[in-house]
Design a protein around this ligand. Sequence first.
Ligand code: URA
Length: 433
Amino acid sequence: MRMVDLIATKRDGGELATADIQAMVEGFTNGEIPDYQMSAMSMAIFYQGMSDREIADLTMAMVNSGDVIDLSRIHGKKVDKHSTGGVGDKISLIVAPLVASIGIPVAKMSGRGLGHTGGTIDKLEAFPGFDVELSEEAFVSQVNDIKMAIIGQTGNLTPADKKLYALRDVTATVNSIPLIASSIMSKKIAAGADSIVLDVKTGSGAFMKSFEDAKALATEMVSIGKSVNRKTVAVITDMDQPLGFEIGNANEVKEAIEVLQGKDVRDLKVIALTIASHMAVLGEFYPTFDEAYADLETRLGNGAALDVFKKFIAAQGGDASLVDDMTKALETKYEKTFVASKAGYVSEIIADEVGVAAMILGAGRATKADEIDHAASVTLHKKVGDHVEVGDVIATLRSNKETLDQAIEKMDHAYHISETKPEARPLVHAVIQ
Ligand code: URA
């Protein structure tokens, strides 16, 4: 069928056949289908949606557009984890060594941050010398040796998604559940794990602001996973304020290490244990979630996960001595505090604004070409529900650039103070499986 006919079918609410979806993705990847036709198709999908079968077909067509990683030489059940992204999200740095410490292999590909959200790869590069580009051979052998490796995405993984995402970004078609679900799941499936745990964020700092949208996305992704025989669980977690107290790169690593040392940073601990427990059940280490949670809680902080983390940093060429003392990685030229201008309770912290403040300090990129300053950081001293008096320090900002005042303006937009104490939101909203 001609592309113009496929666009018309979708525009009028019809279903696309499997072979047509395959041909469309193939043609778009190799340049036979021009961007303007694919843009029109994306907009038609945005308005008309897709059936579960169409979404599964689109996902697999994107998987097959490039390399599919073969993890069969890694012993044991491989379980992957993915977050839809947020501010202060260092959960992978806690979960991966924790799960690896019980022997479940974690062979993970992670992304870089863009805009107000951070990326695991950028955080790991806070360790001087850390190599995010291992050969497939080295990747497999490291996971077999120490049960954990995290690398950046290889060049030819799901090229159709790469091209389509760039197009969606400039045609106002990112925010479509079928397109987001197929984009994320195609990358996870191509990355080769047997099972997948998805951390779907909801709240002001998330892609999916409302719980209903987060649930619809989670349900769609679980359905795609099942349709291709990957056991998939989605946990819907809260992103209505930044996660933990640290936002940046080196300081986020430091906070993750503190949790691995046993510090009870409540939101990080609960969400990390929830994700890790689902991974451990899918990895067939525990029979039930409750048993997994109880046991992993005792293991978090007993030193085993921290030991895996140190070995992992060293194995990929990073300076593992920093794990014991991150001070050197956190030094900046300038530091300034953001203080409360009125008394009351912190009722809201708009996560996106805090993420932008960190970006202005140098911790993130406005464009793909920007360089990151791993030491630039925001440390929050007050979270939602805390009481403040006039002049109390709410946050400390650090940078090597003279942009602190601009970042403080963003913090001022981010923090809302009210007379009454707000109701606490749950950290885990739902589990879809
Ligand atoms: N993340 C992705 O990988 N793809 C999307 O479409 C949205 C978020």
